[in-house]
Design a protein around this ligand. Structure first.
Ligand SMILES: NC(=O)c1ccc[n+]([C@@H]2O[C@H](COP(=O)([O-])OP(=O)(O)OC[C@H]3O[C@@H](n4cnc5c(N)ncnc54)[C@H](OP(=O)(O)O)[C@@H]3O)[C@@H](O)[C@H]2O)c1
Length: 305
């Protein structure tokens, strides 16, 4: 099969190569998915599970990409709940070869059925931002109607999803980002916008939840705007930000069949819009992940036309 591989961590996306690789086999409780659309997160090549297995052994060359939409072509021993020929989508294991390939082996529990009227490109594009926003807002952030949330990077891939889901849940949403992202954030439903380069965060008063995608100093400064009993949730890695009278949570997204089903339903009925910046073929994937100029929005690789 055709696949993108990376061998050298230091080379980053510039080290991506399109090569021939053996097709994966389905292990116990796996399915093999013929990939129709694949997604890759910008800094995946810096994550430790990209380069090692669970025993910390080097697993390069690796196939990156953890978001998939495609069709089941084989079942491993013991696999139940999915069938050959079924359309599926989901998030694959960080420690295994990924989805920038014509086939990928995935634990069946990490996949959900993809409704027949949802394009594979949309299916792949909603997986990572949809699950991350959902889990950050509702599982970890306990957001509900009437509460307020500050969404950092609200014009970005995950932030635009968090903004829409939070609004739909009846929360008051303050988006942040660079000045150039203001209109995009408002279009995704933010009711106010803070330009992090020139507005003071303190100017917004208190919020019940901060949903952080930026980390570092921005996460630390944000801890000060969380109301007593509130929460700072960050997806930008381990943080030393601390909310004085509340919770700080850093987490890594997990696949969840029920949540994928909820989120895809919102895409079907027009309640959620995906932030897709570029769609390219597998043959053009290396160039798509090494653009001459920054592309905002998710890049999706359409592996099968
Ligand atoms: N923990 C997890 O489970 C998990 C899951 C998914 C993603 N992530 C991580 O979350 C992060 C965000 O991902 P994403 O796909 O949403 O990225 P993205 O689309 O680039 O979104 C980031 C947004 O924040 C803005 N921004 C970046 N730096 C800024 C700064 N210093 N000040 C103000 N605005 C700034 C960006 O504006 P510009 O476009 O102008 O730069 C963009 O609008 C990544 O690091 C990703 O790896 C973690």
């Amino acid at each position: 099969m055709k696949a993108i591989i990376v061998t050298d961590q230091a080379a980053g996306t510039a080290g991506m190569k399109l090569v021939e690789r053996p097709e994966p086999q389905a292990a116990i409780n796996d399915v093999v998915v013929q990939v129709h659309a694949s997604g890759f997160t910008g800094d995946e090549l810096t994550w430790s599970p990209t380069w090692t297995d669970r025993l910390n052994r080097d697993r390069a060359p690796i196939i990156p990409g953890h978001e998939v939409a495609g069709v089941v072509t084989a079942l491993g021993y013991g696999t139940t709940g999915l069938s050959v020929g079924q359309r599926v989508f989901g998030l694959t294991d960080w420690y295994r070869d990924g989805t920038l390939a014509e086939y990928v082996a995935v634990e069946a529990r990490n996949l959900a059925p993809l409704p027949g009227d949802v394009d594979f490109t949309l299916g792949a594009a909603l997986v990572m931002p949809g699950l991350t926003a959902w889990q950050g807002l509702f599982d970890h952030g306990r957001l509900r109607s009437g509460l307020s949330v500050l969404v950092h990077g609200s014009a970005g891939v995950v932030g635009s999803m968090a903004t829409q889901l939070a609004r739909e849940a009846g929360a008051y949403v303050i988006g942040t980002g660079r000045a150039a992202g203001r209109q995009t954030a408002l279009d995704f439903g933010a009711q106010e916008f803070v330009d992090l380069d020139s507005d003071a965060l303190q100017g917004i008063g208190g919020v019940d939840l901060v949903f952080d995608v930026l980390g570092g100093d921005i996460a630390r400064r944000s801890a000060g705007v969380v109301r007593a009993g509130g929460t700072l949730v960050t997806i930008a890695g381990p943080t030393n930000a601390r909310v004085a009278d509340g919770r700080t949570i850093d987490f890594v997204v997990e696949s969840d069949r029920a949540q994928l089903t909820e989120i895809v339903q919102r895409v079907r009925d027009g309640r959620l819009r995906l932030n897709i910046g570029n769609v390219a073929a597998l043959d053009d994937a290396v160039a798509a992940f090494n653009p001459a100029k920054r592309v905002s929005g998710k890049t999706i690789i359409r592996v099968r036309a």
